[in-house]
Design a protein around this ligand. Sequence first.
Ligand SMILES: [Zn+2]
Length: 357
Amino acid sequence: MDDLLSSFYSLPVFDLKHDEKRILLNNALNQLNIHHYNNCKEYRNLINAMSFKLEVSDCQQQPYIVARLFKMLELKSISSDNIFKRLYSSGTSSENVSNIFLDGQSAKEQSKVLSKILQEFTGKQRLPMLLIDSPDIIKNKKSFSARGAGIKGLSFLGRDHTYALNSDMSINYKAIDDFLVKHSNQTILIFGFTFMIWKYLVQPLKEQGQSLNIANSILFHSGGWKKLQTQSVDNHTFKQFCYDILGNTRVHNFYGMVEQTGTVYVECEHGFLHTPVFSDILIRDIQTYRVLDNGEKGLIQLLSVLPRSYPGHSILTEDLGRIIGTDNCSCGRKGHYFHVYGRLPQSETRGCSDTYQ
Ligand SMILES: [Zn+2]
């Protein structure tokens, strides 16, 4: 079990062909099924109730649980004494919140995998990092909201972390100016949740007729588009605003869920989300749950070798997506690449970054 992840660490993140990866992934997921079956009573009950097999011959047959179960049950495969940290997805009320339990090892592995994936886009050196949020977001060290966990998780990538916003979400001009002067001839790493960047940085600057004119930066952003779509902001508009207001920046959206923190799907230079070696995506029909072919739109199922302290290695989400292709994106990265179309209509809304009012 302990060797399971380390065997993946030595593999190239985006260079393994899908057919090679799916064999390794399926083998790892089979081991995780058995591990969670033996260590999580609720998971065992679910597997038995659904008559799922623990060992299957292909990823498409892997048992899965639905994302909302993390809101209804305390799913963990570690004893309460070993809980090092709890992650929460932010919801509109306490019943809507997913609870994720991590032991020390799992927390460490999440950071390691996240760094490995994002370093494919930033390079190995730690860049000066501007966080588009308020420092208050990470004050509670024992439990983090999805936003706090995201900020904390990505901070490993950078140095000289500087928060661009004050506690009331107004722009901290002094902090930004000092930071940009100090690092004027370096590549800057910028991270924030999509909605936060839009509402509290890019839009206010635009309204005031200001821009930051950063010479060179990489911007990662994540979180739902729901609130932005009501303002008719799509990925293209968002990017254009970032170019206008921030300056020379490479913008990468990424997709992931708090239930699988660590294994994220980063948008490439051609606008597609890519599956790293540690994880994969399946698309299922909304009604029949049949696995769909490339090009067909349906519910996203996410597979990840990471979840060890809770049974989150195969989750059927409430998000709609479509696999665009396999192994042949123009950017050169191998594996599946895909688009996400937001939440399935009429399913419950689950904020992420969308919950700051
Ligand atoms: Zn690509």
